[in-house]
Design a binder for this molecule. Structure first.
Ligand code: C5P
Length: 236
């Protein structure tokens, strides 16, 4: 299994702040995530800047559109050379297949990851938008559809990672946000887990933002997390 399991979320409003944080981190020990705020503000240049500094980048733009449009966006992401990119699994089977076909010709295609159910949605809100099933059932269904249509894995909570590992196997990648260190503030996350527990539950990659980026010493915090994961006897 990959030794670099932590993906640091660079949730910053501009390239300067994001690159300043990156300068405090070691690309040998983590990857980084560029999300909507940073990408809208700073564009492909910030991705290039991170690549130039040796980081592998998860482009977290959660594409959700008709198959042709999502395929084009995924091709553009592969052209940027990102390590991971994500799309909404609820865009459907044809959309996911189109995304897979778009990145397939690349020598090193990005990992193609599906978003199942946004963790911000409660069962009540899901019902309100027309989903009759619980969030867990919808996650399971969409993850199976993602797997069947060529995606490499999904974004999910650590609890769901255990379920998906059992149903879809070890090679189906799980990317897990909502990670907090013991004693950390939850912020706006609700269901949180420590890095050690998340890995024990089967999470492959941990997306961690504020616990690292707002700590007094981000590199030391990252190192402590890596140690706790190793100490947690992470499965493969
Ligand atoms: O600061 P924090 O550790 O909460 O950051 C988590 C990151 O993971 C943020 O970039 C957030 O957008 C992202 N994320 C999430 N929940 C999801 C998907 C992505 O928190 N379901």
């Amino acid at each position: 299994m990959d030794s670099k399991r932590v993906i640091v979320a660079l949730d910053f409003p501009d390239a300067g702040a994001a690159l300043a944080m990156a300068a405090r981190l070691d690309p040998a020990h983590c990857r980084v995530k560029v999300g909507k705020e940073l990408f809208v503000a700073a564009g492909p240049a910030v991705v290039k800047g991170l690549h130039d500094r040796g980081f592998e980048v998860f482009l977290d733009l959660k594409f959700h559109d008709i198959p042709n449009t999502v395929a084009g966006a995924c091709r553009a992401a592969a052209n940027l050379g990102v390590w991971m990119v994500n799309i909404h699994a609820s865009g459907g089977a044809a959309m996911m297949r189109a995304a897979r076909e778009a990145v397939a010709p690349f020598a090193r295609p990005p990992l193609l990851i599906g978003v199942t159910v946004l963790t911000s949605l409660s069962d009540a809100e899901l019902a309100e938008i027309g989903f009759a099933r619980s969030a867990a059932e919808v996650v399971d269904r969409l993850a199976r559809l993602a797997s069947a249509n060529g995606l490499d894995g999904v974004v999910c909570s650590a609890e769901e990672a255990a379920m998906l590992r059992a149903s879809l196997g070890e090679r189906f990648v799980t990317v897990t946000p909502g990670i907090r260190l013991p004693g950390d503030a939850k912020g706006d996350q609700t269901r949180v887990m420590t890095p050690e527990d998340a890995v024990r539950h089967g999470a492959h990659y941990l997306v961690i933002g504020r616990p690292i980026t707002q700590s007094a010493d981000p590199a030391a915090t990252l190192q402590a997390i890596a140690r706790s994961i190793a100490g947690g006897k992470a499965s493969k």
